[in-house]
Design a protein around this ligand. Structure first.
Ligand code: A3P
Length: 290
């Protein structure tokens, strides 16, 4: 495995295996019953996938494993890095409704999702924790460009040169479209603060209904501790040549405010000033601490 170079697609730096398959990705047409989970990387994608999968299986984790369509498969992405099987190929073999994850920014989501009015859940995480999590991920994900030193990484994040582009444009892009496209926009910090409330919110949005007892079970099964031990959620099935979890675990820390352990006061001030500039046109209620 070599770390893939980035190639811009409509101005967004993406891994070359995505750029090289761009036409088939853009042409992908989902079923109206498919569910899209969109995030900037490291915002809580896997956590949300786990919740949705369990909601669909009435909180029965064994049923999730037996399901003919492995909706929780971490490979089920529109585009995955080789040697992980291509998401497009896997999707063709699965019956809807499928749970499809993507890190593509709003403007690069294949238009079939909007034409078919697919339910879409966007998960956003505060910029500083998202950045810290992405730094560790880029250390262990041997397919993405090397992160380099921490200080320089902060600048790459601010400039939007990391894979999948600018965090700022990403969170804004879905935010601006959330009403028109009926996107459920949720926050990692809200999930940490009150997981039960957010599980119920997702359940209502998906027009599902499970008992209180099942909701309690889902909250328990989707705790950080449980997911860290769960091979269907902790990415232990991805070979170490792709994810070297001896460098950093995929289920790393799972907290709000870990940025305070990484940013110096000067870095934090510089970041905040730039943040004000980049986010001045929107008012998205992010919290960097809870
Ligand atoms: P950290 O690196 O801060 O620990 P994604 O799934 O989008 O790649 O996001 C991964 C991040 O979400 C990691 O953050 C991971 O630990 C965290 N995460 C995953 N499951 C979680 C859970 N059940 N509770 C809290 N955080 C979780």
């Amino acid at each position: 495995i070599t770390r893939f170079p980035l190639i811009p697609v409509k101005g967004i730096p993406l891994m070359n295996h995505i750029a090289n398959n761009w036409d088939s990705i853009w042409a992908f047409c989902p079923d109206p019953s498919d569910i899209l989970i969109a995030t900037y990387p490291k915002a809580g994608t896997t956590w949300t996938q786990e919740i949705i999968d369990l909601l669909h299986h009435n909180g029965d984790s064994e049923a999730c494993k037996r399901a003919p369509t492995p909706v929780r498969s971490p490979f089920l992405e529109i585009c995955s890095p080789p040697p992980v099987p291509s998401g497009l190929d896997l999707l063709k073999k699965m019956d809807p409704p499928r749970m499809i994850k993507t890190h593509l920014p709003f403007q690069l989501v294949p238009p079939g999702f909007w034409e078919n009015k697919c339910k879409t859940i966007y998960v956003a995480r505060n910029a500083k924790d998202n950045l810290v999590s992405y730094f560790y991920f880029d250390c262990m994900n041997l397919t993405q460009p090397e992160p380099g030193p921490w200080e320089g990484y902060i600048h790459k994040f601010m400039q939007g040169t990391l894979p999948w582009g600018s965090w700022y444009d990403h969170v804004k892009g879905y935010w601006m479209e959330r009403e028109k496209r009926n996107i459920l926009y949720i926050f990692y910090e809200d999930m940490k603060e009150n997981p039960r409330r957010e599980v119920e919110r997702i359940m209502r949005y998906l027009d599902l209904s499970v008992s209180d007892e099942v909701i309690n079970r889902i909250v328990e099964l989707t705790s950080f501790k449980k997911m860290k031990e769960n091979p269907m959620a902790n990415y232990s099935c991805v070979p170490p040549v792709v994810f070297d979890q001896s460098i950093s675990a995929f289920m790393r820390k799972g907290e709000v405010g870990d940025w305070t352990n990484h940013f110096t006061p000067e870095q934090s001030k510089m970041f905040d000033e730039d943040y004000e500039r980049q986010m001045k046109d929107v008012n998205i209620p992010f919290r960097t601490l809870i």
